[in-house]
Design a protein around this ligand. Structure first.
Ligand code: AMP
Length: 576
């Protein structure tokens, strides 16, 4: 008998998880599913994200639904829109062989009217963020009278985010519920209070140790002086060429500023924070999920609940103040049994915090030396050579060129070819790191006028050109646009807007100067016409957007030419 079947799940659900490639139930699934299938037991599951808890409650919930009744029977409340969509997506895949069950995700930042319309069609499972749910309850747009099951997912996160009253309100408005299931990574007193006040003899299951970080995470830390923090970050990214990771910062401003610097220096990174509109955040997440960007830099709030497969590294640009935040950050990697690395860049004065973290997570943290320039070059070099060796030659007519190539390389040794390839790929890179400073030194001079590696400082020389493009200002032209902060834009959202509209990459941009009514954008001369074509004449908030060359150099395209032509999707270089 299939292990999922043995837990009491029906054939359709077992088929769906088999389709997903789940072979054995995870610990939380094994323990929770039989209890939850009873439908009448209150339940507390202490489990982190990544343990398979969505299926642990999602599968029994789907099985308990009465498909003949088209009204909300189950309510799942979770802290963020991202998690809300993720849970809904997971439910969709789990129920793909089950007929007649409908789900709806309700969350802020999207049209409430659309959500109301969908709810009216009749759904059995509603997945909601607290704010939007309350809004719907107050508008009487959702009927919770017949809700039998309430799931509170990431309860500690919801309380951290200040949703305590909202949770009380929801629980008080679901008076006919037969059971309440609460999932939380940690059990602070506030979460305990919910279980005391609203649950009856809940069965409590803990997966792993309480407050314990995932054992598959290798916790590493690097001690860097404050002015070296940014350079250290770059070095660590360069030292891990296949990295697919999230960098955490404490503030939105840091996330944005570091992202801008790194983009300028040719890194494949985007920022995710609360100053972006929900739509922009979705787009960033979409690109990250599809691996068309290598790195995401995020604040804790924006990154809550993110479940992206295969994240290799989490980097704490600074250690978080709250030790529990560390567990949430590091939990973005090493999911579903995979291993991952959580790197923290910390100041020598913060090593006591590392000791606290070690105690809290019951894991050993490894202090490593910041790689030298040479280490980085060597690592990059062999990564490239590995890629060369693994190149897929199954497509393409390479043999046809072979005789000519053989002729061309006559008299050149294999060693020389390799050296030439290396020189082509790495000369700029090697030059950049040739005289790279030892960042482990504690006797650094932080008063150097030319130091450009502090986050708040000027943009540095950047990563070398070649595959890592960087550019002087002279290749730019300045564009004027009649949109500014009064239109509700922040720098990040504005940047995203013009890039999305023009389908251009951030790398083509230089300085952005935003004022209340207007802004100026520096752009690669070769791309300015494309941006103007895409944006000039477009409407934004019922106003015609004007964009033109600030210094009058760009000739307005003919009307024909001004018709927006969105090009094919931009090709991004793969970072793997
Ligand atoms: P969660 O803790 O619900 O966020 O799940 C983390 C990841 O584990 C998700 O990508 C799930 O698809 C995956 N997963 C859940 N249960 C299993 C299982 N039994 N076997 C393999 N992968 C699983």
């Amino acid at each position: 008998m299939n292990a999922f079947q043995a837990l009491g799940l029906n054939e359709q659900l077992v088929q769906a998880v088999t389709d997903l490639g789940f072979e054995t139930p995870s610990a939380i699934q094994e323990k929770a599913i039989p209890i939850l299938l009873s439908g009448t037991t209150d339940f507390v599951g202490l489990a982190q994200t990544g343990t398979g808890k969505t299926a642990a409650f999602g599968l029994p919930l789907l099985q308990l639904m009465d498909e003949t009744q088209r009204h909300p029977q189950a309510l799942i409340v979770c802290p963020t829109r991202e998690l809300c969509l993720q849970i809904t997506n997971d439910l969709e895949t789990y129920k793909k062989h089950s007929k007649g069950i409908y789900t709806e995700a309700v969350y802020g930042g999207a049209s409430i009217m659309m959500q109301i319309r969908n709810l009216k069609k009749g759904v059995q499972i509603v997945v909601a963020t607290p704010g939007r749910l309350i809004d719907l309850i107050e508008r009487k747009a959702i009927d919770l009278q017949k809700v039998k099951y309430v799931v509170l997912d990431e309860a500690d996160e919801m309380l951290n985010m200040g949703f305590r009253d909202d949770i009380d309100f929801v629980l008080k408005n679901t008076i006919n519920r037969e059971s309440t299931w609460l999932f939380s990574a940690t059990m602070p007193p506030e979460v305990r209070a919910i279980s005391r006040n609203y649950m009856e003899n809940p069965k409590e299951i803990t997966v792993g140790k309480k407050n314990t970080a995932n054992v598959n995470i290798d916790h590493q830390f690097y001690v860097a002086a404050a002015p070296h923090r940014y350079e250290t970050l770059k070095r660590l990214v360069d030292f891990n060429p296949g990295m697919y990771g999230i960098i955490f910062t404490r503030t939105k401003a840091d996330a944005q500023e570091i992202a801008e610097r790194l983009v300028k220096e040719g890194y494949d990174i985007e920022a995710l924070h609360g100053d972006l509109t929900q739509q922009q955040r979705d787009k960033v997440m979409g690109r990250f999920r599809q691996k068309s960007i290598q790195l995401l830099i995020a604040t804790d709030v924006a990154a809550r609940g993110i479940d992206v497969d295969g994240i290799t590294h989490v980097i704490n640009f600074e250690l978080p103040d709250d030790m529990e935040v560390y567990t949430h950050r590091s939990g973005r990697t090493a999911r579903a049994g995979k291993s991952g690395i959580c790197i923290s860049i910390c100041h020598s004065k913060e090593t006591y915090k590392i000791k606290q973290l070690e105690r809290m997570t019951n894991a050993q943290f490894h202090k490593l030396d910041i790689p030298s320039g040479k280490d980085v070059c060597r690592k990059q070099f062999f990564h490239f050579m590995d890629k060369l060796m693994q190149a897929d030659m199954s497509h393409g007519d390479y043999e046809t060129y072979l005789p000519d190539l053989v002729k061309k390389f006559e008299g050149i040794t294999k060693e020389e070819v390799l050296q030439r390839v290396a020189a082509l790929e790495f000369s700029h890179f090697l030059k950049y790191y040739e005289n790279a400073e030892d960042l482990n030194r504690s006797d650094f001079r932080n008063d150097r006028k030319d130091r450009k590696d502090n986050v708040k400082g000027n943009f540095g020389e950047g990563r070398p050109a070649g595959q890592y493009s960087s550019r002087g200002d002279n290749g730019f032209t300045r564009l004027f646009i009649n949109l500014g902060t009064k239109d509700g834009f922040y720098k990040a959202s504005f940047l995203q807007f013009i890039l999305d509209e023009s389908n251009l990459k951030k790398e083509v941009l230089g300085k952005i100067d935003m004022r209340k009514m207007n802004s100026w954008v520096e752009i690669d001369k070769a791309e300015s016409a494309r941006m103007i074509n895409a944006i000039d004449g477009k409407r934004y908030n019922n106003r015609v957007v004007r964009m033109n060359e600030a210094d009058g150099g760009f000739k307005r395209p003919s009307d024909e030419g001004r018709k927006r032509t969105y090009g094919p999707p931009r090709e991004r270089k793969s970072f793997r």
